[in-house]
Write a protein that binds this ligand. Structure first.
Ligand code: PLP
Length: 260
């Protein structure tokens, strides 16, 4: 049977992140992908020039259309834009009893442009963390979710992961990619376990879409029936190769995308 994953996220017209990165990742990993679009961004590798949010009722209409027909094995959530969209997504997850949910708490694009209204962070925290099987914050996002400052040392990263589990997420992957070590180390924290994943850091300007790609690769693994540790480990290995291969792409003039 074909494994099916759905991305609930924003469109990146430049093709490097968002829905476009998610669908390319699902496809590369042998999983059928469907999409629920939460916002349109006018964007290229240089930055975001406009955001057009989809009305919450139409986000819900897309969810109802997809989930009433497709036998979905896993869901990935990315850019959500505003509190109304978050409320619609939370209600849709409940209505369709969706629990295999990977939440990438997207807040800011690699270019520095905001993708989530500041007042929406509280809504994300209260409505979506308790509905997530896994949350995948980078270091600045973990700090924003907790209302504190970013950390980089391993003990503090694990502590922030535990604090986010206490907010209701079943598991948290705190991603160290924004640190400055020679290794990129991510920590997977659940209520009773801590597991580290490391990869050599590759210096490149082409990192647009890394967060989207990792979370959708994890969702693809879960959709195929992998356990969480296997899905995260395989996704990290795949993303590392995609970052190394990114330099051969030469797309655009700014932060280019990773290679899907
Ligand atoms: N979603 C959308 C629509 C985006 O445009 C972006 C970044 O530009 C992201 C998510 C997050 O991207 P990244 O994977 O680089 O964190």
């Amino acid at each position: 049977m074909t494994a099916i994953a759905v991305t609930i996220a924003g469109s990146d017209s430049g093709g490097g992140a968002g829905i476009q990165a998610d669908l390319k990742t699902f496809s590369a990993l042998g999983v059928y992908g469907a999409s629920v679009i939460t916002a349109l961004t006018a964007q290229n590798t240089r930055g975001v020039t406009g955001i057009h949010a989809v009305p919450p009722a139409f986000v819900r209409a897309q969810m109802d259309a997809v989930f009433s027909d497709l036998a979905v094995n896993a869901v990935k959530i990315g850019m959500l834009a505003d509190p109304g969209v978050i409320e619609a997504v939370a209600a849709g997850l409940d209505a369709w009893c969706l629990t295999q949910v990977v939440l990438d708490p997207v807040m800011v694009a690699a270019s520095g442009d905001p993708l989530l209204q500041p007042e929406a962070v509280e809504t994300l925290r209260t409505l979506l963390l308790p509905r997530a099987a896994l949350v995948t914050p980078n270091l600045p996002e973990a700090a924003r979710l907790l209302g504190t400052t970013p950390v980089t040392d391993p003990a503090s990263m694990a502590a922030q992961g535990r604090a986010i589990v206490e907010l209701g997420a079943r598991a948290v992957l705190v991603k160290g990619g924004h640190g400055d070590d020679h290794e990129s180390a991510d920590v997977l924290v659940t209520a009773d376990s801590v597991h580290w994943f490391t990869a050599p850091r590759h210096a490149t300007n082409n990192t647009h879409g890394t967060g989207c790609t990792l979370s959708s690769a994890i969702a693809a693994g879960l959709a195929r029936g992998d356990d969480l540790i296997t899905a995260v480990g395989n996704a990290k290995t795949w993303l590392t190769a995609a970052i190394v291969a990114a330099d051969s792409l030469a797309i655009g003039h700014g932060h280019g995308p990773v290679h899907h």
